[in-house]
Ligand binder design. Structure first.
Ligand code: ZN
Length: 193
């Protein structure tokens, strides 16, 4: 009996997350990645729950893959540090010391991703990063290859920087040119929460 209940609850959480992702106009493969639902099930959910004319589009095809959007384009770069802060705060992006298991897709992390994105959209006056770009940013920061987080040595503000230019760009908050990446000190403090 308990097994049945657990399965029912898990299925319910899966559907709740899928609908939340659909509401954010996530692409089908993004919904599949975070919920484990099949494409067919996602298609049916979309048909069953989203009214035509409700303003929610079903997006197909590839997700955005441009690191440059977050560091070179004016509006994207301006918002990137705010969204990155939320991704950190909600634990969607985890420090390398948390291990690979902490970065695996799960219903819990999928919900945190939604929370982080929704909070970002609430706190920034004119948010310009859509959900799929947020998913890309979370993945890129977790991998730490093309994009990384850098904490300013002067004011401790977090910034999103391209990996090869880690030392070059001044801090977005105070204008300092940080000499060192101080992430281990900050993430150590965060883990203590
Ligand atoms: Zn600074």
């Amino acid at each position: 009996m308990r097994v049945t209940d657990e399965r029912y609850n898990r299925d319910r959480l899966r559907l709740e997350l899928a609908l939340r992702l659909i509401g954010h106009e996530a692409r089908t493969h993004t919904i599949r990645h975070w919920t484990g639902l099949s494409d067919d099930r996602i298609r049916k959910l979309f048909r069953a729950y989203i009214r035509p004319g409700a303003g929610v589009r079903r997006r197909r095809g590839k997700s955005p893959q441009q690191a440059a959007f977050f560091v070179r384009s004016g509006a994207g770069a301006a918002d990137a540090h705010a969204l990155a802060s939320m991704l950190l705060l909600f634990g969607v992006v985890t420090p390398p010391t948390a291990g690979a298991a902490a970065a695996q897709p799960s219903l819990a992390r999928g919900r945190l991703l939604c929370e982080a994105f929704e909070t970002y959209r609430r706190v920034v006056p004119q948010p310009c990063i859509d959900f799929e770009h947020a998913v890309y940013l979370a993945g890129a920061l977790q991998r730490g290859e093309e994009l990384r987080l850098r904490w300013c040595g002067g004011c401790a503000a977090v910034d999103v920087v391209e990996h090869p230019s880690l030392r070059a760009t001044p801090c977005r908050a105070c204008g300092d040119k940080p000499g060192e990446v101080t992430a281990p000190r900050i993430t150590g403090r965060m883990r203590g929460h």
